[in-house]
Design a protein around this ligand. Structure first.
Ligand code: HEC
Length: 122
């Protein structure tokens, strides 16, 4: 992971996982498919004006650079509210790192999987 102004290490990812759970998962869902509780309830109520939270696993969002994700969290985007005043800057980077990890987790290629685990996946 490049272009982070902070050191991306396990502690940062763990912090990101924790903060994502607090600030993002209610809308975007635990794995980032845009299927959090708020989204589920609104769909149930058939809110016609409702814009569903984006999935992080679309080509569009997967193509976003780290700085763009940081800006989305800080300033919001279209129908998503800004979180810049609620989440300290370092935590926002931690969340970006975690979102990147979530994206990677859904699209790992076979040669990124440890050899002894590959057999079970084929
Ligand atoms: C209140 C619900 C809600 C919360 C909380 C929320 N989002 Fe969103 N998010 C949305 C919606 C809705 C969209 C789609 C906006 C649109 O298309 O109008 C979106 C879009 C996005 C996108 C895609 C933007 C793009 O590039 O097109 C990203 C990335 C994202 N959110 C990240 C996050 C992160 C990280 C958090 C936690 C800090 C978060 N969101 C919290 C509702 C939410």
């Amino acid at each position: 992971m490049n272009d982070f102004p902070v050191d991306v290490n396990p502690a940062l990812l763990e912090r990101g996982r924790d903060r994502y759970g607090v600030f993002c998962s209610s809308c975007h869902g635990h794995s980032g498919y845009g299927d959090g509780m708020v989204a589920g309830r609104a769909t149930e109520l058939q809110q016609s004006m409702w814009t569903p939270p984006s999935s992080f696993h679309s080509d569009l969002v997967r193509g976003r650079r780290t700085g763009e994700l940081f800006n989305t969290i800080s300033m919001g985007i279209r129908n998503m509210p800004a979180h810049g005043s609620q989440i300290p800057e370092n935590d926002r980077w931690a969340i970006v790192a975690y979102v990147k990890a979530l994206q990677k987790s859904q699209y790992a290629s076979m040669d990124e999987v440890p050899e002894d685990a590959q057999a079970g996946l084929r």
